[in-house]
Ligand binder design. Structure first.
Ligand SMILES: [Zn+2]
Ligand SMILES: [Zn+2]
Length: 341
């Protein structure tokens, strides 16, 4: 079968021919119908060899949708042909976090397809346990795949500060790409907050407005004071940083008001420094990584009701390397999705 693999440090991913895997006991073979592409793959591929955390080569892809093609010994609870999305952060299933459905924070260290285990940028992939499958019925798999990360990660970040979206509140979303465009829609569907998106270039700002941002502002040195002006001098109540560089970290602090919450989500390799005298008083900074298993089930239900819709740009598997190049240049509208067939 064909697969998109990261094979050489410092080079882009390559399309290669590898053996189709067979499911072992308890495992499920999924035939991939759609696989979202993510900035965190870019981040991983940018790491020097000595910091690369996985075995090489690495088949990419942690946002899978597909159908159950084959099951290993002992798997009885799912029928062949069932359309599913795959919950990506695979925890141990035993620890206190996993017991709560929070496998993304597994205390023994989670693995994930495309981030340690063979990923979904291939014609088939192995899923380690039937509990990581969420049936999607007749819902479009291309729209469903990004629910597993782009939407799920945004959803957990929003839920982590849900008590902050009081009447009259303002929320800044930094980065209106794959994750940010889902966050804007989720904020509009779940809260009454005013949403200000920050991004670069008129096309991306127009896209942010199109998916529901009340306002979209060029993300430059003045953006913090612009947000402050737009909020009558107070600053935003919540800032969600989907980029995660030191530059956006400083911007997030500049946008937030007294008592505000800043949530860092983007895997840009940077962060935020605050101090009592160098940040708004009682500002809270937290991080948010991926999401819980039951939250993916909630999002599938929400998407099937039409309350959120993933905007996608699709590519055949052979164009995977070009898709990552476009992602790196910020030229993909919404979420890029690889469609193998
Ligand atoms: Zn991701
Ligand atoms: Zn665990």
């Amino acid at each position: 079968m064909k697969a998109l693999q990261y094979r050489r440090f410092g080079a882009g991913p390559e399309v290669v021919e590898i053996d189709r895997p067979a499911p072992g006991p308890g495992e499920v073979l999924v035939k991939i119908t759609a696989s979202g592409i993510c900035h965190s793959d870019e981040h991983v591929m940018s790491l020097p060899a000595e910091h690369f955390p996985y075995a090489m080569p690495q088949t990419l892809g942690h946002e899978p949708a597909g159908t159950v093609a084959e099951v290993g010994a002992g798997v009885t609870r799912i029928e062949l042909g069932t359309p599913v999305v795959v919950y990506g952060p695979w925890g141990c299933g035993w620890c206190a976090m996993c017991a709560d459905g929070t496998e993304n924070l597994c205390l023994t260290g989670m693995t994930a397809p495309g981030l340690g285990s063979p990923g979904a940028m291939a014609e088939y992939m192995i899923v380690d346990d039937v509990r990581h499958l969420v049936p999607i019925g007749d819902f479009d798999p291309v729209s469903a795949a990004p629910l597993t990360d782009a939407a799920l990660t945004s959803y957990q970040a929003i839920k982590s500060v849900m008590n902050r979206f009081v009447a009259g509140s303002t929320t800044v979303v930094i980065g209106a790409g794959g994750l940010g465009h889902m966050a804007i829609q989720l904020l509009r569907a779940l809260t009454g907050t005013r949403v200000i998106a920050l991004d670069l270039g008129e096309a991306r700002l127009a896209f942010a407005r199109e998916v529901g941002a009340h306002a979209a502002v060029e993300s430059n040195r003045e953006a913090g004071s612009t947000v402050r002006e737009m909020t009558g001098g107070r600053g935003a109540d919540v800032v969600l940083d989907f980029v995660g560089t030191d530059i956006t970290g400083r911007l997030a602090v500049a946008c937030g008001g007294v008592g505000s919450s800043v949530v860092l989500i983007g895997a840009g390799g940077g962060g935020v420094t605050i101090g009592l005298t160098s940040a708004p008083l009682n500002m809270t900074v937290s991080t948010s990584f991926w999401g819980r298993r039951q939250e993916l089930i909630e999002l599938v239900a929400m998407a099937r009701r039409g309350q959120i819709s993933v905007r996608t740009t699709t590519f055949p598997l052979d164009e995977g390397p070009r898709a990552y190049e476009l992602l790196r240049r910020g030229e993909i509208r919404g979420r890029g999705v690889i469609v193998p067939a």
